[in-house]
Design a protein around this ligand. Structure first.
Ligand code: DC
Length: 218
């Protein structure tokens, strides 16, 4: 059996990773994986259990003890992998301002990242993937030929978040994600870099699809 094909999409916050990863996954019939949602789920779990998200030891213990499993769900015609906690996917809860503020601290803990990377690699059991995050091309699936890095000007990214009704200090979060010691956000070797400040999502995903086609033909 052929090994599954992995499309890795990394980039800054609000650079259009989710929208474009979903468009690409739909177009190719691949499974979509949002790895940020996995880190958010652990941050939410810690907040709910009153675990101090600034305490790496406590967060590591939580990641060793929580009861999780991966499930591939069909959502509006798109197959998506979800990380369930005690059988539950906290879809809305992981998007609150409180969870967003806590998640970079949780994501900076090396043992948490090890745990997450294992789960993310396990997603390949479901089939071909479009996986978005911050370290997919550098750390989770560094061997894939299909790596993309999305970015846009800070003003444009802040405008996008505000249009979604979310007020957030993106610069601060990106700085924390880029400066952490383990698997910081960076451009993966061999990635196609797309600055989409002036591009629509159709144009951005079109560029990604065209590049995948040309790399597959090589
Ligand atoms: O993409 P997002 O905003 O949902 O990501 C939430 C947080 O998780 C973000 O601060 C960066 C972190 N993250 C990470 O460190 N590595 C990933 N592969 C995905 C997300």
């Amino acid at each position: 059996m052929k090994p599954p094909i992995i499309i890795a999409i990394d980039g800054t916050s609000a650079s259009g990773k989710s929208t474009n990863a979903k468009l690409v996954a739909r177009s190719l019939g691949y499974i979509y994986v949002d790895t940020g949602a996995m880190y958010r789920t652990l941050a939410w779990h810690c907040l709910k259990q009153r675990i101090d998200t600034h305490d790496p030891k406590a967060v590591t213990t939580a990641s060793r003890r929580w009861k999780t499993r991966l499930r591939c769900d069909e959502q509006n015609g798109l197959r998506t992998v979800h990380l369930l906690v005690n059988g539950y996917y906290p879809e809305r809860e992981i998007r609150t301002a409180e969870t967003s503020a806590a998640v970079p601290h949780v994501a900076a803990v090396p043992q948490v990242r090890q745990w997450m990377v294992k789960r993310q690699r396990e997603c390949a059991q479901f089939g071909n993937l479009v996986m978005e995050g911050r370290d997919i091309g550098t750390n989770v699936f560094p061997e894939t030929e299909f790596k993309f890095y999305l970015d846009a000007q800070l003003e444009e990214r802040s405008r996008r978040r505000a249009a979604d009704g979310i007020q957030e200090n993106l610069a601060a979060r990106d700085q924390r994600d880029s400066q952490r010691a383990v698997a910081p956000l960076m451009i993966p070797l061999g990635a196609m870099v797309i600055n989409n400040s002036h591009l629509s999502s159709e144009q951005t995903s079109g560029l990604i699809l065209k590049e995948i086609q040309s790399r597959r033909a090589r």
